[in-house]
Design a protein around this ligand. Structure first.
Ligand code: URP
Ligand code: ZN
Ligand code: ZN
Ligand code: ZN
Length: 462
């Protein structure tokens, strides 16, 4: 394979910022040197003067083709990973789903069948366990051996993905014994379902009531309970899509005790709010996801949590449903709106905007978007940094060019943008995946099947 050189850029990793040239051979970063110190030759040279040279984004929470509420998330692995690449993300970790009554193996095989040979960038898989029982518990070590080292449980969605506290404790014990990481959807589902029924019976059927019934306190309560169960089991815990400041406070309190408790939030919770859910004319359905968007005052707490390391990761929870025909299933009944927002293409830009706005430093941007997710899910240092030996997943990022996010120009297979009309400063210029050019100055050069399955090691964040 060609020798590639990226010259003159500011190399930004979670650890440092250095004006450096980057040499790539056979899909791997082989050397970095202070700009101009080495006189390397290469078959292909990218001049990154005035640009950032950063590790490709690592988005550890996506749902391509997820079955939900009688429909399927609208991005396939082909369209969703292509959109990710357009946005500077070179690794996704998606969720294989165990169907109730079926084995983990069957769910994992089904997800491999959807993904294998179709991805533009490398991908890993977590396993959603929707039926914790003796047989599924016995399957967990085998999956860990195959590089599926993390397992998502749900305290929400009774009758679908829900696990009760006993099941959660058993899965956590198994994770503690085998090195697996439990990822938790922390919302009190049974209590929420009561409030849903009461809202619908009272004629409160608009999208905004989705946010009102899924109360911040019920996210905080479930987060607290998950933490205590993990303590009892002696297991680490990763709480997904944290949106309520009260839930974040539970994580912070646990971390103050030195517990191995970690948290993720998503761009939608940092930039959108219940004001969006209340948009008139059923527009609010575009913003229905769980955990729900919160009142704007929660955003400052989340930004602060990212700075103080009470939250370690920003992923997208990319789970797109078209407004027409999919979100519309819930007209007249918010509980039938498929849950999820698109965003896999927007994450790196929205988080760079946070650097521009002063919420994050450049290094923290790369930490929460690349390095920490790679370490959390056993992909480091192959992914998430630029160092000799790392995969040459590299983004040349122009920090000065502005562009406007819109469904008219995005590459996700969904008919709206959650960030329609928002102008961001910064833009992906070039994307390499294992040394191959996937994107260059607006030209897409990737192909389905370039992306390979990534067997992951166990959590490296402990
Ligand atoms: O609304 C969401 N987040 N949909 C995806 C499923 C999940 O709970 O992550
Ligand atoms: Zn969830
Ligand atoms: Zn999700
Ligand atoms: Zn051109």
């Amino acid at each position: 394979m060609a020798r590639t050189l990226i010259t003159g850029g500011l190399v930004v990793t979670a650890a440092e910022e250095t004006p450096a040239d980057v040499l790539i051979e056979n899909g791997t970063v082989v050397a970095l040197a202070l700009t101009g110190r080495q006189h390397w030759t290469a078959d292909r040279v990218f001049d990154a003067t005035g640009k950032y040279v950063i590790p490709g984004g690592v988005d550890v929470h996506t749902h391509m083709e997820l079955p939900f509420g009688g429909t399927f998330a609208s991005d396939t692995f082909e369209t969703g990973t292509r959109a990710a690449a357009w946005g500077g993300t070179t690794t996704v970790v998606d969720f294989a789903v165990q169907s109730k009554g079926a084995s983990l193996r069957a769910g994992l095989d089904a997800w491999h069948a959807k993904a294998d040979g179709r991805c533009a960038i490398d991908y890993g898989l977590h396993m959603i366990v929707s039926d914790v029982n003796e047989s599924t518990l016995r399957e967990m070590p085998g999956l860990i051996g195959e590089g599926v080292t993390s397992f998502k449980l749900f305290m929400a969605y009774p009758g679908v993905f829900y696990s009760d506290d006993g099941q959660i404790l058993r899965a956590m014990q198994q994770a503690a014994d085998t090195g697996g990481l439990i990822m938790m959807h922390a919302e009190n589902g049974p209590a929420i379902d009561v409030l849903v029924e009461q809202a619908l019976a009272g004629g409160r059927t608009d999208p905004r009531y989705h946010g009102e019934v899924r109360k911040a306190l019920l996210e905080a309560e479930a987060t607290h309970r998950a933490i205590q169960l993990a303590r009892v089991a002696g297991a680490p815990l990763y709480v997904v899509h944290v949106s309520a400041r009260e839930a974040l406070a539970e994580l912070a309190a646990a971390r103050d005790l030195g517990l191995p408790v970690f948290g993720e939030t998503c761009p939608q919770y940092l930039y959108l709010s219940t004001d969006n859910l209340a948009e008139p004319g059923f527009e609010g359905a575009k913003y229905v996801c769980s955990t729900p968007l919160r009142p704007e005052e929660h955003q400052a707490a989340l930004w602060r949590g990212l700075r103080t390391d009470d939250l370690q990761v920003v992923s997208t929870d990319h789970c797109p449903f078209c407004f027409k025909g999919q979100k519309e299933l819930g007209r007249g009944d918010f509980s039938k709106i498929p849950n999820g927002l698109p965003g896999v293409e927007n994450r790196m830009d929205l988080l760079h905007q946070a650097v521009v706005d002063g919420h994050l430093t450049r290094r923290r941007w790369i930490d929460i978007a690349c390095a920490a997710p790679a370490r959390m899910f056993g992909l480091y240092p192959r992914k998430g940094t630029l160092a000799p030996g790392a995969d040459a997943d590299v983004v040349i990022y122009d920090p000065h060019t502005t562009h406007t996010l819109s469904a008219a120009t995005h590459h996700m297979n969904v008919d709206y943008s959650a960030y329609e009309g928002r102008t961001v400063t910064g833009r992906v210029e070039t994307v390499l995946s294992r040394g191959e050019v996937v994107l260059d100055r607006g030209h897409y050069l990737g192909r389905p099947g370039h992306g390979a399955f990534l067997p992951r090691s166990t959590c490296q964040y402990l």
